[in-house]
Write a protein of this length. Structure first.
Length: 255
């Protein structure tokens, strides 16, 4: 059946031309490249021989200068494409193969899946990693990440004197900050610094986020959205908007 591995567009000023996918049998195992280099602009990979037990790392490659970035943190993919299946969609809508072929339905499922992620700020397409995401310091002990459903904070770094040198805030022995699923990071009063200093892009965070599979609510929302693409109905459109708001709110409130 294969595995879909989804990853983020790299940050920074370097112009990467390709991505490379590395696979291992376990999170701490030996990683080897699978498949060919992926052209910039595509941020997923379908591993035909992959399984749900495999782990993946991604690097970014500049073919012009023959430069490869360091690899991302390990992540796992999902054994599905989109938040519902063609078969489930046909049962829900009654659409026949005469009316719509499988490729057309799959394209709409993919479109709905992408829109759900974008509008809720969440994802159910597997655990993904985000490396070196920058934030403006706010002068407070608490800061919130752009995404919810946080699985781990890999590194938290702060440039507290505007010298472009980022100091790593300890997460063990001693622990200088706490983090929550909804993306909140709170510095301990005894940490140094004890607040996120006011500044522009002076906080740098790497983390993992996401859910390994779509919930029933997410699957139902996908079915509703594709059905609305086929035949727009005012009541169904209103229900879609309400469900999106609910999923977004849940992501903001997870603690």
């Amino acid at each position: 059946m294969g595995i879909i591995v989804r990853f983020s567009q790299p940050d920074g000023d370097t112009t990467w031309t390709h991505s490379r996918i590395y696979r291992a049998a376990s999170e701490t195992g030996s990683y080897s490249q699978v498949g060919s280099d992926i052209a910039s602009g595509t941020y997923y990979y379908y591993d035909v021989s992959g399984t749900t037990s495999n782990w993946y790392e991604v690097s970014y490659y500049d073919s012009g200068n023959t430069v490869e970035s360091s690899k991302t943190d390990p992540m796992q993919g999902g054994d599905y494409r989109g938040y519902t299946t063609v078969e489930e969609l046909r049962k829900f809508t009654g659409a026949t193969t005469i009316e719509l072929d499988n490729n057309s339905i799959q394209a709409m499922i993919d479109q709905a899946t992408e829109e759900i992620d974008k509008r809720t700020g969440r994802t159910w397409q597997g655990i993904a990693s985000q490396s070196n995401e920058y934030y403006d310091g706010n002068g407070e002990r608490e800061m919130k990440l752009q995404r919810g459903d946080i699985q781990s904070i890999t590194t938290l770094q702060i440039d507290d004197d505007d010298d472009d040198i980022f100091d790593t805030i300890s997460s063990s022995s001693p622990v200088w900050y706490d983090w929550y699923d909804n993306g909140r990071i709170i510095l301990n009063a005894s940490s140094s610094p004890s607040v996120f200093p006011d500044g522009i892009k002076n906080v740098r965070v790497s983390y993992t986020y996401g859910n390994t599979s779509p919930s029933q609510d997410v699957k139902h929302l996908t079915l509703l959205m594709v059905a609305d693409m086929l035949n727009t109905e005012e009541r169904r459109t209103a229900l879609i908007e309400r469900k999106i708001r609910e999923l977004k709110a849940i992501g903001a409130d997870i603690v």
